[in-house]
Every structure is written in C-alpha cells, then in structure tokens.
Write a protein that binds this ligand. Structure first.
Ligand SMILES: NC(=O)c1ccc[n+]([C@@H]2O[C@H](COP(=O)([O-])OP(=O)(O)OC[C@H]3O[C@@H](n4cnc5c(N)ncnc54)[C@H](O)[C@@H]3O)[C@@H](O)[C@H]2O)c1
Length: 317
C-alpha cells in the first residue's frame, strides 16, 4: 500500500490501521505540513514530493503497491482564497503528476481524500452525492477538479478510484491527535482555549439555525481511517469507481460544540463573536447512506462527546 500524506493527521491514523491489519505500507510525505513523528515505525517512509516523478516511480517500481491512498495536499479553505496558486499546484498539478507516475507502473486503484467542500452551498441538507458541485473556495474547486481528473484517467488508462468526501474530520486515535499548523479547525482550537489558550472566535451568530451559529457534521478520524481500508478492499475486489460522503449524518452548531467541550473538560472556554466568513454555509451535514451501503461502513465513534473526549485525553502538554 502506498500512502501519500501519511505524516499528516488522517493519513497517519490510516497508516496505523493498515499496519495493524498486517499491510505493508510505504508513506510519501514532503513534511511541508506533516511531522515525521506521525509516521508509524513499521512503515517505510520516503520524504518526497508527490510530484517528483523519479522518486515516485522508483517507489512504485520497488514496492509494487496494489493500491494508493492519496491524502497529500493543502487543506485550509481561507489560505486557498489568499493563495490559490499553491492549492492548484499541490492539489491539482502535482497530484496529476503523481497519477502519471502511477499509470506508468500500472497502479490502478486510487482512494482519494475529497471533501464536502465540493458542494459549496448545498440546496438540500442532509447532502447526498448528487447535490450540485459548486465549490465556493479554491480549495473546494481543487478537490472537485481532481475527482474529475480521476475520471479522465479511468477512461484513458483504466485507473479506478474511490473519492471519499469527508465532512469535518475530528477526534484522536489512541496515538494521534489533530494538530495542524496553522490549525484552522474548530475542535482543536476550542480545546486549546480550554487548556488556557486563546479566545475562540465564533464566526456568524445570525445563521438560520436554532442558535444562530453554523452547523457542521463531525466525523471521528478513526471512522474515516476505517472507511479507507474498506475503500481499498472494495477497489482491490474489482469495485467500480465511485464518490461517497463520509460524515456522521448528525449536525452540531458551533455553540453546541463549545458547550460539549466545556462539559467534557470542565474548563472555561472564552468566546468572542465575529461576523460570518465569506462562503461559510449555514449547515453542512452528510447523508452517509451510500458509504453504509457500498462499504458497509458506520461512523461508530463519531458521537461528539467521544470526539471531544478522545482529543482532550491525549492532548499535547
Ligand atoms: N481534516 C479535514 O477535516 C479534512 C476534510 C476534508 C478533506 N480533507 C482532506 O484529507 C487529506 C488529509 O487531511 P489532513 O487533515 O490529514 O491534512 P494534513 O495537513 O495533516 O496532512 C496532509 C499531508 O500531506 C503532506 N503534503 C502536502 N503536500 C504534499 C506534497 N506535494 N507531497 C508530499 N506530501 C505532501 C503534508 O506534509 C501533510 O503531512 C487532505 O487531502 C485534505 O484536503 C481533510
């Protein structure tokens, strides 16, 4: 198994699960955003850019992986608005070069980290996979573009893929906690605030939701990782290319998440209220029934209290 971005948050937890079930794993990560310490000791680690054809082809040649899980990329919506070029470069251009390296060596099963950001402002909630794809950020556009590129490569080269559209990844495994740099995600920022750090900004209090704050679907990172193992098996068993949502199917408002953190940690969480951020929809909640049906997947660990508790218990000192 070849895992790109395996030194990052979701890639490292998935690598742990793959190794736990006995798979041989090679991780490629350039450490632009990930950390070496996140890579399982039993994985082969290559520090390289996914666009480096010489390195990728040498790895594929040597290890002959039956599938690839492609996590590597940049992930911050706001940064993609400020610097779209680096998102097009990482998430589309280098990812396409990576695909070219794979097809030259007949690697034809690709599981891809897509995102709920492909939907932009959905017309219907919960969101199913047929919702219009109208991303509202360069980041979301790169994910939608690469899904389509995978489709072109299937027609031209027979590459089959599963695009997994994650909603909000959250929570910690026994070994790893979410720690992006910069951290733009809500739950780690609220937990940092509970540890005595900064005030949490709540963007928008006038959304058409019960408490006026935005509603999101949080899915536990271990549930996400588990879905990747199932997606790999599905492709290796000959499954057809498909895109699927990965979410819990339940939404929580920003204030509900803050209240859950206050309850679980028994700490203060100072809050300041700010205007809505451009492009932030009121409510993003998945309809995860396709993944349930096709992968027999359940978001068993994605209860919000469990997400918060798992992250709080292993937070860095
Ligand atoms: N975290 C979420 O809530 C979420 C939601 C939807 C989709 N996703 C997608 O899931 C994937 C993983 O997200 P994450 O939260 O683990 O992010 P992360 O930043 O923790 O991990 C991404 C990893 O990719 C590596 N990387 C980036 N560009 C690279 C390149 N050109 N070559 C080699 N390595 C490179 C980084 O060093 C990092 O270790 C991303 O593609 C992201 O867009 C994440």
């Amino acid at each position: 198994m070849l895992v790109t971005g395996g030194a990052g948050y979701i890639g490292s937890v998935t690598t742990d699960l793959l190794i736990g079930r006995g798979d041989r794993v090679v991780v490629i990560d350039d450490l632009s955003r990930g950390k070496m310490e996140n890579v399982h000791d039993d994985a082969v680690f290559v520090q390289a850019d996914i666009g480096d054809r010489g390195v990728v082809e040498a790895i594929v040649d040597e290890y002959d992986p039956d599938a690839v899980i492609h996590f590597a990329g940049y992930i911050a919506v706001g940064e993609s608005v400020r610097n779209p070029g680096s998102y097009l470069d990482r998430n589309v251009a280098r990812s396409t070069m990576f695909l070219d390296s794979l097809i030259r060596h007949d690697v034809s099963n690709v599981v891809f980290s897509s995102s709920a950001a492909v939907y932009g402002q959905p017309k219907m909630v919960p969101i199913d996979e047929n919702e219009d794809k109208q991303p509202t950020s360069p980041y979301g556009w790169t994910k939608w573009a690469f899904e389509q590129i995978l489709g072109f490569y299937e027609v031209a080269h027979g590459t089959r893929h599963v695009a997994l559209r994650y909603f909000n990844a959250a929570g910690a495994s026994e070994r790893r906690v979410e720690r992006h740099d910069p951290e733009t995600h809500l739950i780690p920022n609220i937990l940092e605030s509970a540890s005595g750090g900064k005030t949490v900004s709540v963007f928008g209090t006038d959304y058409p939701t019960p408490d006026g704050t935005a509603i999101r679907d949080y899915v536990h990172v271990v549930d996400l990782a588990d879905a990747h193992l199932r997606a790999v098996d599905y492709l290796v068993d000959g499954g057809a290319s498909i895109a699927m949502n990965l979410g819990s199917g339940v939404g929580f408002s920003v204030m509900e998440v803050i209240e859950t953190v206050r309850r679980v940690t028994a700490r203060e969480v100072p809050v300041e209220y700010a205007d809505r951020r451009a492009g932030d929809p009121p409510e993003l909640v998945a309809d995860p029934s396709l993944a349930r049906r096709v992968l027999d997947w359940e978001a068993n660990q994605s209860d919000l209290e469990n997400i918060v508790r798992s992250s709080w218990e292993i937070r860095p000192a």
